[in-house]
Design a protein. Structure first.
Length: 249
């Protein structure tokens, strides 16, 4: 299986575009094809909000029991009175039971727990922010005339936009493949990429508005070097509209 075929199969599997028999064949292939399995995981991260193949994961039933069992022991150790002999009034107070809020070990434990929680929260926020930056906020699946996924456009929060090839397509001699986007019909389509063969490339969106839902992306066949008019002149080879992924824009 070629790299392009693996990429196409992984994307169609994650996006739920395979029929049941094809999906079963893909799942059987995953056990022996490490590269395919890795691509499936990459696609699951890329379009997590659209992934219908990811299994539901339940927490370990014993997890809460372990947490619950650990709480009383820690609480008791935090407020356990000292065994050092105490005389006079202080001994009487300790015997009667001093208020829990006067327990120095308890507040030390609370302070340490708060510090640990702050560190964990900071690490967690950093991790979530990093993953959010890597996840696309908009995805457009470009379909061919046969209604088959041929490419995917990913738009990211930081302004990057990329084209991912899902099929093998090469322009004939003397022709070029040109990528366009349309968000405003009064302005018309704008060229964002030019290539001889379909491949994974960053799209040139410098100076363009932030991508929006339903924004159109398409690939046309044009003369070598691109359309001479600045507008699509050749046949449309594939197209699709952008949809939010849930990561937010």
């Amino acid at each position: 299986m070629s790299p392009q075929e693996r990429e196409r199969l992984a994307s169609e599997y994650v996006l739920g575009l395979l029929d049941p028999e094809e999906a079963r064949d893909c799942e059987a292939r995953l056990a022996g094809d490490e590269r395919l399995a890795a691509l499936v995981e990459e696609w699951r991260e890329r379009v997590a909000e659209l992934d219908a193949t990811a299994p539901f994961v339940c927490p370990d039933p014993a997890l809460w029991s372990r947490i619950e069992a650990s709480l009383p022991a820690r609480a008791m150790s935090a407020i356990e009175p000292t065994t050092r002999p105490i005389s006079g009034t202080r001994a009487t107070q300790r015997k009667q039971g001093a208020p829990w809020w006067n327990s120095l070990p308890l507040w030390r434990g609370v302070g340490l727990a708060a510090c640990a929680a702050t560190v964990l929260l900071s690490v967690g926020i950093g991790y979530v922010a990093q993953k959010a930056a890597q996840a696309p906020v908009l995805v457009a699946v470009l379909l061919s005339d046969q209604n088959q996924p041929a490419a995917v456009v990913n738009a990211f929060r930081d302004g990057r936009t990329e084209l991912l090839a899902l099929s093998e397509l090469r322009a004939p001699e003397g022709k070029s493949l040109q990528v366009w986007t349309l968000w405003d019909r009064t302005r018309g389509p704008v060229s964002v990429g030019l290539l001889n063969a379909l491949q994974t490339i960053p799209l040139n969106v410098d100076g363009l508005p932030q991508p929006a839902a339903d924004q159109l992306y398409e690939v046309t066949l044009e003369p070598a070097g691109g359309s001479p008019t600045g507008r699509p002149t050749g046949p449309i080879l594939m197209k699709g509209n952008a949809s939010p992924t849930g990561a937010g824009i």
